[in-house]
Design a protein around this ligand. Structure first.
Ligand code: ZN
Length: 253
């Protein structure tokens, strides 16, 4: 039987206990009645591949989900100007967000030339703070792509500046080639939203979606299956939780 949602008094995160649940049984991902969720990714397609199934589940459970794209993927289409590529990829990101029932926000940094300085720490902190999030997802900081590192560091700074007021979870992308040294402690069964996630990834037609979903160098389809095996589910996404995070229910290894 599904676990019924408990009434949740705001700011009572400490009272929420982590419960191990059978991943095959549908259940609410969070104990709070309704929460605010933010995902910060370096480029269009990162939030979708890293935690699209989880975001779709959280949205389906009635939570508000916002995706902040640090850049618009300006450098991501060979032979196309930054301006035109940004326009194409912004449109794709909007369609992908819509598929996940998330609100897209574009921070305005440039793909391949991301900046971590005081100005951008403040700007990203303002964007995240404006959402008043309960949970934030972002890149694992030890990632081969420096734009992913930038997105992660800026988000970590926001978490610290907020007084650690939200739960922070790191996701993985293209594990083995991009995300490395990732030892997840939190798993989300995405069997029910895997198809929806896949559709959102395939909104990024300019990126040859097969290349980011099931190629030898970047195989999210296999990652979902592998993470699923770890919790005896058809498909899963895995996360590393930052100290203190407890809102997201999972099988904690
Ligand atoms: Zn990326």
């Amino acid at each position: 039987m599904p676990i019924s949602r408990r009434s949740f008094a705001k700011n009572m995160v400490a009272a929420v206990t982590t419960v191990s649940l059978d991943p095959l049984i549908p259940h609410s991902l969070v104990a709070a009645k309704k929460i605010k969720v933010v995902c910060v990714g370096g480029h269009p397609d990162d939030p979708e591949t890293g935690c699209g199934g989880t975001l779709a589940r959280l949205a389906a459970e009635g939570n508000d989900v916002t995706i902040i794209y640090l850049t618009s993927g300006e450098a991501g289409i060979d032979g196309v100007s930054h301006r035109d590529a940004a326009a194409i990829r912004t449109k794709e990101a909007k369609a992908a967000s819509e598929m996940l029932h998330a609100k897209p926000v574009f921070a305005g940094q440039i793909d391949g030339d991301t900046i971590v300085n005081n100005e951008w720490i403040r700007k990203v902190d303002e964007l995240i703070g404006a959402e008043k999030p309960d949970i934030v997802f972002t890149h694992w900081p030890i990632d081969s792509h420096k734009d992913h590192q930038a997105a992660s560091l800026l988000t970590i700074q926001s978490w610290m500046r907020s007084g650690k007021s939200f739960d922070l979870y790191f996701f993985e992308v293209c594990s083995g080639s991009q995300t490395t040294g990732f030892r997840p402690d939190t798993y989300v069964d995405i069997s029910a939203t895997q198809a929806q996630k896949r559709k959102s990834v395939y909104c990024h037609t300019s990126q040859q979606p097969d290349e980011i979903y099931k190629s030898s160098g970047c195989n999210h389809e296999m990652m979902e299956k592998f993470r699923g095996i770890e919790i005896n589910a058809t498909a899963a996404e895995a996360f590393v939780r930052m100290e203190g995070a407890s809102l997201l229910k999972s099988i904690n290894k």
